[in-house]
Design a protein around this ligand. Sequence first.
Ligand code: UD1
Ligand code: CA
Length: 458
Amino acid sequence: MIVLAAGQGKRMMSNLPKVAYPLAGRALISWVLEAVRPLEPASTVVVIGHGADRVRSVLADDVVVAVQEEQLGTGHATQVGLEAIPSIDPGDTIVVLYGDMPLLTHDLIADLADLSSGADARMVTTDLDDPSGYGRVVRDAAGQVVGIVEDRDCTAKQRLITEINAGVYAFRAGHLEESLQEVSNDNAQGEYYLTDVAGILVGKGDRLEAVMASAQEVMGINSQDQLAEARKALQQRTNSRLMESGVWMQDPDRTYVDDTVHVEPGARLYSGVHLEGSTSVAADAQIGPDVFAVDSSIGRGSTVWYSVLRSASIGEHCEVGPYASLRPGSVLEDGAKAGTFVETKNTTLGKGAKAPHLAYLGDATIGARSNIGAGTITCNYDGDGKYPTEIGEDVFIGSDTMLVAPVKIGDKAVTGAGSVITEDVSEGALAIERSEQIEIPGYADHREARKAATEPED
Ligand code: UD1
Ligand code: CA
């Protein structure tokens, strides 16, 4: 198996190599490699060149790469790929495909790779309303494929052909190697075209068979526009799969779930939900409207709405939001709540613990059933280091408490509203830190009088 991915993707108008673009949770090329994986090819070589380091960084460690130093065309790239395959028997089947076709399916490649039907080589084609830019499939009067002509090299008549070359082929190794020797770069782009191999093989008496696919499945990404279109198609595929399994979606067009995410049947996803990375959602959980969650787990029966979760772990029957931001290391044990305008980082809320409104909880552990009042802040950062706050079980933190870390609050302790807590608080104690309230009677009249005395006269 040879996957060609050395080109720049000039039409993307950006420096990022085309095949390294992120697409619904995977790099573009990884979609192609995922599609071929179940075939278990004896070896898979990815030919890289433009932005090689960048492309290598999105590939799994076990992928064999071959570097095409200069991008002299797809024929030349195939040659580079062949040289990197450890041992080839002339009778081996070599599948060559382009790394920019994220909608390819395993079924199509498996079908194509089967040369047992008697064909010497096979290629995937499709019919396009607008075939401009693609290589055209030329057939003889009997309908046999005789070759491929690139768009820029087409005659006016060939330009009208709507059957195009998708860029997925199965060859016999020996014939491919021989034919590649005969490919020249005498064409409009001055490149060594793999597509010329088609005509050369047929000229030698080989039978080249076309396998028709849907235009969508073999869509190649050449522009940002097409990348967005592919993302939409993958979104539809994933959402259909999830709904078939029993996931409820309010609006699949506005539900964005990466292929890497696990959603259990019975989960409910409202519109505006983005689930990415290794995120998992258990049955009976209700997510959204408007939630972004990456690498987070959400347990059975929990509700998360209008919130952002990054590397957060939410237990069962928890409540998150509206407008909560759970940053990495946030853990909500079963029945816990991080409510309106609550931000947490590296913090555990124990079973049934609640921070219902307006709080910042960083580097904190909060024991079971404790209640964090509105306006509470763990002052975990002194400008140099970060320090922990430990809150025991059944604690009541009064509204607007500043917990200056490092600090420990014992089980069942209470802090008075508005307190700045700098010392540890003992189990069961009330800690209160605020100046005494004073009252000045008749202050309003006094103020009026003062104002009148100082007002300038007209
Ligand atoms: C190619 C086909 C065309 C087909 C179309 C389908 C050729 C000559 N043309 O055209 O018949 O209709 O795909 O999408 O093959 N690459 C390399 N090294 C190179 C050049 C390209 O690795 O020197 C890789 C690219 O990274 C890309 C793939 O080959 O993944 C195809 O190259 P691209 O430039 O996109 O070819 P098209 O012009 O689209
Ligand atoms: Ca292309």
